[in-house]
Design a protein around this ligand. Structure first.
Ligand code: HEM
Length: 427
């Protein structure tokens, strides 16, 4: 059963009965909105997008994330364009796949994202960060930079281009794809379809080039991979590359931007990290908890009652992991950001079978990118322009003006970054 997408609607009135993640206000005021909903209506509803639910308690989010019997991952991004690729793979395996196919599609990728393999990338990532910082040119104390556009948004794109073997010069295109597919969710259906087709055409071109000239990268790996002795369907290859590109870029740049925003607006934490860099790993876990960028969706398989709410077949259900991470029932001092929080079982990387495959890579990128930024700019504060947040299911700053208070000389990065052997070296 598919539902027709409703026409565009007026701005949100009450977040409990008419929410819309594509309204800029949602990501700007997310923490306040979750807190309000948690106290008066733990499962919000909207008739937009054909009907959607927004639970904000950890217990409810966890229950749905683990329940693959009542919910399908066929659609993970709520929008006017309903998913057209049926199971078992869905459009972007494994994130859009349900069991048992999900397990096959996920297993294929596990070795490439295992901790030891990812650790090999550290020198490359460090050089990419240094090169990006050097591109800022000669900046001095008092100057302002946009740390989202000129840093946070650049590093993960460059890393994913290397892993997938896509031209690094295409990073502006990647930014466009992220915007088109994850922020344009309330555009008319035909415009959304046009944007998706543009992305598909780009990926098909890249896959064809890799088939003509195989490389040591994940695009070639997927093009040659088999499940039960059969090559992957072309849609599977393209969908997984699309997933890795979008999931690998937007989430990580958002968290990096949110972390820099936090440090600029909490000078005591910035000073503490400067004086005690060994706190960085726990600080990153806390940033992941408090600013978890990803909210994922599910579709209801069959109508049923969920704690007194009548979930209808094909309704969307959102899983705002950041709201779960701020639930005072689960985390002490949930709305305080404690960069030395000792016990931190956050859900930023999801819960259940779809838990993030790229968490080792994300943590590495975040640590190295923050280390390099703080080495070049040990001290900074908010700049003149107000922070501008993304819209949609991935929350993070899209513009982040910072005034630099202390500037260290840039480390001259090598002009060519040697490529670490990555996939072929897998034994
Ligand atoms: C801070 C960075 C990141 C965050 C917060 C994040 C968050 C998440 C979340 C919440 C899920 C669960 C989705 C669901 O339940 O539907 C997920 C899945 C996934 N993520 Fe990440 N992610 C990050 C970075 C990355 C990176 C760098 C990659 C790799 C390129 C990646 C690849 C994936 C994949 C392949 C899945 C699907 C796993 C499956 O369905 O079995 N992620 N991520």
């Amino acid at each position: 059963m598919t539902k027709p997408a409703p026409p565009p609607q007026a701005p949100v009135g009450d977040w409990a009965t008419d929410f819309d993640l594509a309204e800029p206000e949602y990501n700007e005021r997310a923490v306040e909105i979750w807190s309000d909903l948690r106290s008066r209506c733990p499962v919000a509803h909207t008739t937009r997008y054909g009907g959607a639910w927004l639970p904000v308690r950890h217990e409810h989010i966890r229950q749905i994330a683990y329940d693959t019997e009542h919910y399908t991952s066929r659609g993970v991004v709520v929008g006017n364009l309903r998913p057209i690729v049926p199971g078992p793979a869905g459009a972007a395996p494994p994130i859009t796949s349900d069991p048992p196919f999900h397990g096959e599609a996920r297993r294929l990728l596990l070795p490439a994202f295992a901790p030891k393999r990812i650790a090999l990338l550290e020198p490359d990532i460090r050089l990419l960060c240094q090169r990006q910082l050097a591109k800022l040119g000669s900046v001095s104390a008092g100057d302002q930079i946009d740390a989202a556009v000129d840093y946070a948004q650049q590093v993960p794109g460059a890393v994913m281009a290397r892993l997938l073997g896509l031209p690094e010069t295409d990073h502006e295109l990647f930014r466009g794809f992220v915007h088109d597919l994850l922020e344009g969710v309330n555009l008319p259906e035909d415009e959304m379809a046009r944007r998706r087709d543009r992305f598909d055409a780009y990926l098909d071109e890249q896959i064809a080039a890799h088939r003509r000239a195989p490389q040591d990268d994940l695009t070639t790996f997927l093009s040659e991979a088999t499940i039960d002795g059969q090559p992957l369907a072309p849609q599977h290859v393209r969908g997984t590359i699309a997933l890795l590109l979008l999931a690998g870029i937007d989430t990580t740049w958002s968290l990096l931007g949110s972390s820099l925003h936090h440090l600029a607006t909490h000078q005591a934490d910035l000073k503490r990290l400067r004086e005690n860099p060994s706190l960085l790993p726990t600080a990153i876990e806390e940033f992941l908890r408090a600013y978890a960028p990803a909210t994922m969706a599910r579709l209801v398989k069959q109508s049923h009652d969920f704690h007194g709410h009548a979930f209808q077949e094909e309704d969307w259900v959102l899983l705002p992991f950041a709201a779960a991470n701020r639930d005072p029932e689960v985390f002490e001092r949930a709305d305080e950001i404690l960069i030395d929080r000792a016990v931190n079982p956050h859900a930023a990387f999801g819960l259940g079978i779809h838990r993030c495959l790229g968490s080792n890579l994300a943590r590495l990128e975040l640590r190295v990118a923050l280390e390099e930024f703080l080495a070049r700019f040990p001290s900074f504060e908010p700049g003149d322009e107000a922070v501008r947040w993304s819209v949609g299911q991935i929350r993070g700053p899209r513009r982040l003006s910072l005034r630099l208070l202390e500037v260290q000389n840039p480390i001259a990065p090598e002009t060519t970054i040697p490529r670490t052997e990555y996939t072929r070296s897998r034994s």
